[in-house]
Ligand binder design. Structure first.
Ligand SMILES: C[S@@+](CC[C@H](N)C(=O)[O-])C[C@H]1O[C@@H](n2cnc3c(N)ncnc32)[C@H](O)[C@@H]1O
Length: 369
């Protein structure tokens, strides 16, 4: 294949990948809309004269202050979806405390969702918005925003009482569905990662894929670099169902307790499922498993870096990025910008890192001990 053909096929895949994810996470749009209505956000903005910052909304609604970062995500999603409009702060605000805060305004959509004090006001369509949530088995997102105790918990745990990983332990259908989905994602993404950034695996003689599920990523690396001894670490109920074709070695364990030694640790789509403190704990275990920087040791992350990669001026891309962020918030983690990753790496004792965008929202980050 010529380099132009190769480039255009990556572009086509990128477009497809982004649009598919936009559909996949589409359910979050109606959940977020219902949540904004239940929290009374359109009405709060109207009462502020049609413009409000996140701090204003925290003050005017029953949202717990600890939920401020989550409210930012919600408003970001609702703004790229056209429910509100987001405006950079004006210079006139610089003297007060809200300087630097984005100002949210009503749009023709959210104007229809303002409830005024007159119960007979027929211009509000707020009751229409109740419907999508009645048809889903999911709980009301607004309760999450009001409850301080769910700050370190994902929406999934709040709805089901267990984390996704605890649920896969007891529910074999869920375990199989998640493991199969991870293998499908790994086959797709590793083909691109190896094409765009395969050099990062050169020079390694061993690698451990931590939280590697059924080994989709490790098998792709072993195929491209047969001399690398690849090991997959995952929880016992995942490893017990893993295929055993001998290409990679499967080890049952807990990444918070011990990681088998190797030249490099791979973490694909793992750390964004966890909060900052847990990421630091996992990375400290990774550091113990690899040689020093001078001896070639490194951790390789494959996951989104918000604001990196694809040009940010396309509406579908922007929407998919915030939808992906909300999706991960539901699991209990978060998509992160570069400065958030940097903080985690330095806190975990690493000395540096390098980011390489590979496809759409996805990047490879090499982290050096
Ligand atoms: C989102 S999946 C990613 C799987 C794979 N890396 C991929 O990209 O397809 C997260 C994986 O982390 C595993 N996991 C969760 N907690 C773990 C723990 N404490 N120790 C090891 N693996 C864990 C899960 O079982 C799951 O396979």
């Amino acid at each position: 294949m010529s380099s132009t053909e190769q480039e255009s096929s990556t572009q086509t895949m990128l477009q497809g990948h982004i649009e598919l994810h936009n559909h996949l996470y589409g359910y979050l749009k109606s959940m977020a809309l219902r949540c904004a209505v239940d929290l009374g956000i359109p009405t709060a903005i109207q009462r502020r004269g049609g413009a409000a910052t996140i701090s204003d909304l925290i003050a005017d609604t029953m949202i717990h202050p600890a939920k401020l970062p989550h409210l930012r995500r919600l408003m970001r999603l609702l703004s790229v979806s056209g429910i509100f409009s987001a405006h950079e702060p004006s210079l006139a605000n610089e003297a007060d405390d809200s300087a630097g805060d984005i100002v949210y305004k009503l749009t023709p959509v959210s104007r229809l969702l303002v409830v005024d004090r007159d119960p007979c006001n027929m211009t509000s369509l707020v009751h229409l918005v109740v419907q999508p949530a009645m048809l889903t088995t999911f709980f009301s997102l607004d309760a999450y925003f009001r409850d301080e105790n769910t700050s370190s918990t994902g929406l999934f745990e709040m709805a089901h009482g267990v984390t996704p990983w605890e649920m896969t332990k007891t529910d074999s259908t869920c375990n199989k569905a998640l493991n199969d989905a991870c293998v499908a994602d790994s086959i797709f993404l590793m083909e691109i990662a190896l094409k765009e950034g395969g050099d990062i695996f050169r020079g390694l003689s061993s690698l451990v894929d931590v939280g590697g599920g059924h080994g989709g990523a490790a098998m792709a690396i072993a195929k491209a670099f047969p001399h690398i001894k690849c090991t997959v670490l995952d929880l016992p109920h995942v490893i017990s169902q893993a295929p055993t074709d001998g290409t990679v070695c499967f080890v049952a364990g807990d990444m918070f307790e011990n990681i088998p030694p190797a030249d490099a640790v791979l973490l694909k789509h793992v750390l964004h499922c966890w909060g900052v403190d847990d990421c630091i704990k996992i990375l400290r275990q990774c550091k113990k498993a690899i040689p020093a920087r001078g001896d070639g040791g490194k951790v390789i992350l494959i996951n989104p870096v918000v604001g990196y990669g694809v040009p940010q001026d396309n509406d579908v891309i922007k929407e998919t990025q915030v939808l992906a962020d909300m999706h991960i918030m539901a699991i209990g983690g978060s998509e992160r910008e570069e400065h958030e990753w940097k903080y985690i790496f330095l806190e975990a004792g690493f000395s540096g890192y390098q980011i390489m965008p590979i496809l759409g929202l996805m990047s490879i980050i090499e982290v050096y001990p």
